[in-house]
Design a protein around this ligand. Sequence first.
Ligand SMILES: [Fe+2]
Length: 318
Amino acid sequence: MLLIAEKVFAANGDNPYMYGMLAFGLEECHRIAEAEEYGRQAIALKRDNRWAHHAVAHVLETQGRLEEGISLMESLSDTWEYGSSAFYGHLWWHTSLYYLDIENFAKVLEIYDTRIWGRAKKDNGREQINAIALLLRLELRGVDIGSRWQEIAAYLQPRIHEHTLAFLDLQYIYALVRGGKDDWAAEMLESMQTHGENVLPYARPTWVEVGVPAARGMIAHARGDWKSAIAELEPVLPDLHSTGGSHAQRDLFEQIYLDALIRDRQYHKTLNVLEKRNASRSNIPVIQRELANTYSQLGRSDEAHQASQLALELSQRY
Ligand SMILES: [Fe+2]
């Protein structure tokens, strides 16, 4: 996307959508500051430039600018009404991520019920993904999500043999298990394998060597089998980018891996992941809380105390 945007930018400098396209390409290539600049310029040129809202939302998410994210997105949300329903849901999904990190879970559930699944075309894959990707994150935070998995899973049968992107399949299959559709999940896993063996050669490793093991890891986590989840996910995490999706979306898989490590009491590995996450986003209460717990399990009491103090301060700030 970035290469294309750069190539055609000079000839389209008066087109506000051009700036949004460039902004998202830059964000996904980790050129965050430039992404924000072009994204904001795109919005200044055209307020209802939803793709540019999305690019800036990614920047603010990556940098943990939570309150800023909420106020920017909500101030523009009136313009989302007229776009595609799946993208409406995705923009609210991004807004929910900030609320998740400030731990206003009631607000996240409200957005889920009224703006994401509540308004979704229930048979649309993209809309299903917005919903699944939020439910899963809520559960990882320990929030009781009631019967929402079952409600989604009922609509997932058309996804079993679809295989648009392995990244999407990993989330569908998780929802199937959590929603009690184990037979559909088993059918989907087998279908992913067959698809991987028959797909064009360039895509084969993504499906067979990354997608299928990751799907086994997702199923294991959904069933509470932490050791298998770790064993399946750990080797493929560095290659998951090949399955599709954005950095923000794929972060889910690291969160699942981290959750499995914590529940399996593998504190050294847990600490590695947490310290890496803390380096890029040091103002997230849950990261500080988990760091505090991990340091304390490893007998590093000063660091544990420091992290727990910071967790408390952050919780009070939000
Ligand atoms: Fe996004």
